[in-house]
Ligand binder design. Structure first.
Ligand code: KG4
Ligand code: ZN
Length: 362
């Protein structure tokens, strides 16, 4: 008999996902099922995620995805201890769909409900996959977020740095769109970069050498657009060289920021037996970025923990696991708890406002 069994529901962006995670009697968490339905095809024609299309797709898919997660786990609702659903940050229509579904199941089955911050789901994943102990440093690099966090404990996060404009995944996606490559852009850019010359187009390394631990990618994106315009009309080899130049600049910039963060981490947490940098988010799948992180970690005596790609990108297991930790800690939310488009993990750190088209990513 499992001690705690949680159904997690994730609908904050363009993946409808549900998962069942349980704590085994020996204390290790186990993923009993993990169903992710991607909407990539629905959004492909638009070169990005369209919020209204996403919300409608979640409405159509969520019941089936939840049923599939329970079926894969071989469990019924009565085997569950509680339900966890993402309340934010993200696209509000999708968040409402997932939160209402979770609340409805909890109400109908008389189960505990707990709302989860999507970023907390990413932040705690290294504990689910690798049993990493608190505190650890986390680099979250996705399509919506780019931040460095010290994860001190459940609900106890200190943001050390964040992007002041675009998220790194967003910069990859915009680069791909500009060069006429398919969405999602990150994998497309990485594929072409493999055959390109990173030195042909000199691009800036944003924030390199700055004492603060923030990121910036909009200047890099502009520099890339200017280089592409100057080289037009673009042949396949030009596109490959531009991808390689962009990826190298992004990896260098991340390496510089993380190098500084690791120095601070070692200074502030000198007593740790095994210091860890964990990465999360879709961009963590990028091999050039991973290689840069490997070098930085080796130089600072820090272990790099990178969960498998399917658990780095958006999924339900990370929400179920965060729900598991929260339920075990006694957290419960009422049926009136709201969804939130913006919801920083570290509510005490100063907001970074006024940069970029969509503002700083919370
Ligand atoms: O974490 P995620 O699945 O969704 C959220 O944004 O929360 O991350 C998706 C992002 C997209 O911007 C995608 O282009 C990027 O991760 N990505 C990559 C790679 N694979 C996915 N970026 C660079 N290289 C990759 N191989
Ligand atoms: Zn995410």
């Amino acid at each position: 008999m499992e001690a705690t069994v949680v159904l997690g529901i994730e609908t904050s962006c363009d993946e409808t996902a549900a998962s069942v995670v349980a704590r085994s009697p020996d204390g290790t968490p186990r993923i009993l099922s993990n169903v992710v339905l991607s909407q990539v095809e629905e959004h492909q024609a638009f070169g990005g995620v369209v919020p209204e299309i996403a919300a409608r797709a979640h409405v159509e898919a969520v019941d089936g995805v939840v049923a599939a997660a329970l079926a894969d786990a071989g469990l019924g609702f009565d085997a569950l201890t509680g339900i966890a659903a993402t309340l934010g940050p993200g696209l509000i229509g999708g968040l409402i769909v997932g939160a209402m579904t979770g609340k409805a199941i909890a109400a109908a089955r008389n189960l505990a409900f707990v709302g989860i911050n999507h970023l907390e789901g990413h932040a705690l994943t290294p504990r689910l996959t690798d049993g990493v102990a608190y505190p650890y440093l986390l680099l979250l690099v996705s399509g919506g977020h780019t931040q460095i966090l010290l994860v001190r404990g459940l609900g106890d996060y200190e943001r050390w740095g964040s992007t002041i404009d675009d998220a790194l995944g967003e910069a990859f996606d915009k680069t791909a769109k500009l060069l006429g490559l398919p969405h999602p852009g990150g994998p497309s850019v990485e594929r072409l970069a493999a055959g390109g010359d990173p030195s042909r187009f000199p691009l800036p390394r944003p924030m390199k050498g700055e004492a603060r631990l923030d990121f910036s990618f909009s200047g890099l994106k502009t520099a890339l657009r200017q280089a592409a315009t100057a080289a037009a009309p673009l042949r396949q080899a030009d596109v490959a060289d531009l991808c390689a130049a962009f990826q190298a600049a992004a990896a260098d910039s991340v390496a510089d920021r993380i190098g500084r963060a690791l120095r601070r981490y070692r200074d502030e947490c000198p007593e740790l037996a095994e210091p860890v940098l964990a990465v999360a988010g879709g961009v963590a799948a990028n091999r050039a970025i991973r290689a840069a992180l490997d070098v930085a970690c080796a130089g600072h005596g820090v272990r790099l923990v990178a969960p498998p790609p399917a658990l780095c990108t958006d999924n339900g297991a990370m929400i179920a696991y965060a729900g598991l930790e929260r339920l075990e800690a006694g957290h419960r939310d009422g049926m009136d708890v709201p969804v939130r488009a913006r919801w920083p993990l570290d509510e005490t750190s100063a907001p970074i406002l006024g940069f970029g088209r969509r503002g700083a990513k919370a």
